[in-house]
Design a protein around this ligand. Structure first.
Ligand SMILES: Cc1cc2nc3c(=O)[nH]c(=O)nc-3n(C[C@H](O)[C@H](O)[C@H](O)COP(=O)(O)OP(=O)(O)OC[C@H]3O[C@@H](n4cnc5c(N)ncnc54)[C@H](O)[C@@H]3O)c2cc1C
Length: 384
């Protein structure tokens, strides 16, 4: 392995890939990406549900999504790979007054930004997804421009472009130690030897808190398991279906080819890196699913295709971006708490600016800097 680089990126998931590619596109190619596993894109990026949506309650999240979805629309032309974008929409089903008020307010804010989210009365839902129980629903929000993409293809596309421009990716290169002195990185100790650099970017996903700790920094990002249950092919929902979320329970479901994939977060599960499917949680998920989609009772589970991965969660479910105040040559780009795929293009752009221009400027990321935890943080309400 090379013994020095201008920038070292820790982690070859979608964030590391996007940051590497954006640096290289701006001419900064003396970049090494270090990946602990024997191949790239094996972490959360490969285990995602792949949803992309504009429907957030915080304006900055909407703007980051607008940017990301526009990039995925033109990914072939801009990066040279297929993003697998399918704009099948996102549909949020709402059955209580407090949430309805919040979603109505968020819809107004999104519309003011030019986003095509609209409110639906319960009777209008049938035209979008058939056989939904809507007797208890107050309404729904729907955006036809949301959907899902192919995160593996996106990340591999960014990496291929970065490599073609001169970036190096080192596999089996787990970072085990980070030494620094007087605010400068001295070296990173890895399974492939040591490397020195001017700037380190922490793109280690659900390991990002542990990676920051190697440099003696406290970055509050913890792994929490999320399960995705997959059915055998079924025709209960013909045609395309938006990713549909039952806001009251948190149950979500979308189509993947002719199968359905679904999930529901377990709020009582403690933090920990565990990617074995939680079969004990399945009954709770199915109970919530049957209550909203009774025809799920006609469908068989494809046990071998179910999977689990980890969300990388921060205290306010928002990422931690930018230079660390105690070590400015250490940059965090992690903690996306379940929406990293859709925000990866903007993150690459912004982190390249942070490194090359001294400060990210295409979007104001001050609300996402780690300093926010000293002053009271923003909180995104539309979390799945
Ligand atoms: C079940 C599930 C569903 C999801 N659904 C969605 C969704 O619908 N939409 C959405 O936008 N997001 C979703 N997400 C979240 C999304 O997948 C993540 O936010 C995103 O993949 C984070 O990318 P990353 O590159 O930061 O992390 P990762 O893809 O985990 O990459 C981090 C990389 O760092 C490497 N690494 C860690 N430590 C070290 C070390 N010490 N040395 C070297 N390398 C190291 C890891 O091996 C890994 O390859 C979901 C996640 C899960 C688990």
């Amino acid at each position: 392995m090379r013994s020095s680089a201008t920038v070292v990126i820790i982690g070859a998931g979608v964030m590391g890939a996007s940051v590497a590619c954006h640096l290289a596109l701006r001419g900064c190619t003396d970049v090494v990406v270090l990946e602990q596993f024997e191949s790239e894109v094996q972490g959360s990026t490969a285990r995602s549900a792949a949803g992309v949506r504009h429907q957030f309650s915080h304006e900055l999240n909407v703007r980051l999504s607008q940017y990301g979805i526009a990039r995925y629309k033109n990914f072939q032309g801009e990066i040279g790979a297929d993003s697998g974008l399918h704009q099948v929409g996102y549909l949020f089903l709402i059955n209580d007054e407090a949430n309805w008020n919040g979603y109505r307010e968020a819809t107004r804010m999104q519309q003011a930004l030019g986003v095509r989210t609209r409110l639906l009365a319960p009777a209008e839902i049938d035209a979008i997804v058939p056989d939904v129980v809507h007797a208890d629903l107050i309404g729904a929000t729907y955006n036809p421009d949301d959907g899902f993409c192919d995160p593996h293809s996106v990340a591999m596309g960014y990496l291929a472009r970065a490599r073609a421009l001169g970036v190096t990716v080192e596999r089996n290169a787990q970072v085990r130690g980070i030494t620094h002195q007087s605010g400068r990185i001295v070296s990173l100790d890895t399974a492939q030897g040591s490397i020195s650099c001017d700037t380190v970017v922490n793109c280690a996903g659900s390991w990002a808190g542990a990676v920051a700790a190697l440099a003696g920094l406290e970055v509050p990002i913890l792994p929490y398991r999320r399960n995705v249950y997959v059915t055998q092919p079924t025709s209960i929902i013909p045609g395309q279906m938006p990713l549909t979320i039952d806001v009251g329970t948190g149950f979500w479901m979308r189509k993947e080819h002719d199968s359905l994939i679904m999930g529901l977060s377990n709020p009582t599960e403690p933090a920990g890196y565990n990617i074995a499917v939680d079969w004990a949680w399945l009954d709770t998920v199915l109970d919530a699913g049957f209550a909203r989609f009774p025809r799920l009772g006609d469908v068989t589970l494809a046990e071998k295709q179910c999977w689990a991965g980890c969300y990388e969660i921060t205290p306010d479910h928002m990422p931690i971006l930018g230079r660390h105040p105690e070590l400015p040559s250490f940059i965090n780009a992690a903690g996306f708490s379940g929406h990293g795929i859709m925000h990866a293009p903007a993150t690459g752009l912004l982190m390249a600016e942070e490194i090359l221009d001294g400060h990210a400027h295409s979007f104001d990321i001050d609300p996402l800097r780690i300093e926010r935890y000293r002053s009271g943080s923003i909180f995104e309400r539309n979390i799945i």
